[in-house]
Design a protein around this ligand. Sequence first.
Ligand code: FAD
Length: 464
Amino acid sequence: MSDLTQTLWDLIVVGGGNAGLCAAIEAAETGARVLILESAPKAYRGGNSRHTRNFRCMHQGPLSVLTGSYEEEEYFDDLLRVTKGKTDEALARMTIRASEACLPWMEAHGVAFQKSLSGTLSLSRTNAFFLGGGKALVNAYYNTAQDLGVTVAYDAEVTHIAIEDNAFTGLDVTLDGTTTRLKARALVLASGGFQADLDWLADAWGPAARNFLIRGTPYNRGVVLRDMLDQGAQSVGDPTQCHAVAIDGRAPQYDGGIVTRLDCVPFSVVVNKNGERFYDEGEDVWPKRYAIWGRLVAAQPEQVAYCIIDAKSIHDFMPSVYPPETADTIDGLAQKLGISGAKLRDTIETFNAACREGEFMPTELDGLATEGLSPPKTNWARPITQAPFYGYSLRPGVTFTYLGLRVDETARVSGPAGPLDNVWSAGEMMAGSILGEGYLAGFGMTIGTVFGRIAGQEAAAHVA
Ligand SMILES: Cc1cc2nc3c(=O)[nH]c(=O)nc-3n(C[C@H](O)[C@H](O)[C@H](O)COP(=O)(O)OP(=O)(O)OC[C@H]3O[C@@H](n4cnc5c(N)ncnc54)[C@H](O)[C@@H]3O)c2cc1C
């Protein structure tokens, strides 16, 4: 502790996930004295970044493991489609262009890539997959940072940023139960969104949010974000906007990660607690629909839903990490899931009667649609008739929130009186500057890497 207080750091980075590590490495490479303050214990370092698998990268020809090309216009069109135009075009295009140089930079700093995995989320042209996943990436960056002389303090929660005359002058951090003021010449804020603070989520969403599961780290509680907003930092984004998917309802409250994903929805009938269907399960292929189901389930009673499938479909999707509930009758399954047997039977019989003959093709839009049913099921509609019957519960799983700090192209944060002299932000904490709504797979790590690097370079130039 005394070592930390006795040093005048060139740069303090708050948060040791992907964005913070990229910033720390960039700055340390210029010779700056860098301290990372990370609220998690060492074993849980790396925040949400340790759960990731890939990042989305522009490239004008084959690049490392990426095939073909993925150019700016196509990437930007993909972003426009998911955000429905709610993005800052200049920032978005800058991020996309900068992503191309990130891949070789990442390789040069210890990250290894692998060819994309086969299966429903095959993205071999657009997304580069980390060998060993996000945990390996985070460990590689910590090793690189350590080699560059970066100091890391774990179990170190930053609670307050002192801003005077439009500049950062110091911060309060709780270490070993004691709150201490540390000083530095520059600050990079990379402490994630606020999704792990269920009270804050409930302020935005209402009491329903208490039934949400958080897919990633319990440490991203938005403590620093709240402190900065309270001091008039300019914000961007809407507190109800976030990336949320439907995950296995039995997943833990925090940190369940990607294995709690369920891919069975397109081959199921999905009902709510009242045994009623509420949305077209076969609207599109699952990679294009999984991100809307978090919100759909969030709007149901008690924020829970149930996927019902039969023996015909159990092998048509990636196996689940938790085994499904199973029974020989629909009534028996309803009992196990805790929903009304009569109502579920009625829903399934009505659905079955609306199914039509046709060829079932699980890997493409097969047009096997219901007739006269509301809501319809427009693909993969096969009657649920063949025992044993299977059921999974679904709950909304929040990945990260979008309300954050507004930044410019240099990652600089603005206070009430304009850009702050020596404060930059990167990652989830400013992602709302680009993601106004929706999500593009792999773009979270792109934003964190691009802005983390910029923030580190800018902070280093400031203290040089
Ligand atoms: C299950 C899951 C899978 C995902 N998969 C992908 C993927 O494949 N590709 C992709 O692009 N994105 C993915 N994402 C999103 C991605 O994780 C984020 O966009 C990215 O990791 C954000 O990086 P970050 O550095 O901003 O935040 P984080 O990696 O979360 O780091 C923030 C750090 O700040 C620390 N912190 C928080 N508050 C404080 C405080 N007050 N004081 C000190 N430290 C603090 C936290 O402990 C944490 O370590 C996934 C997310 C989840 C949850």
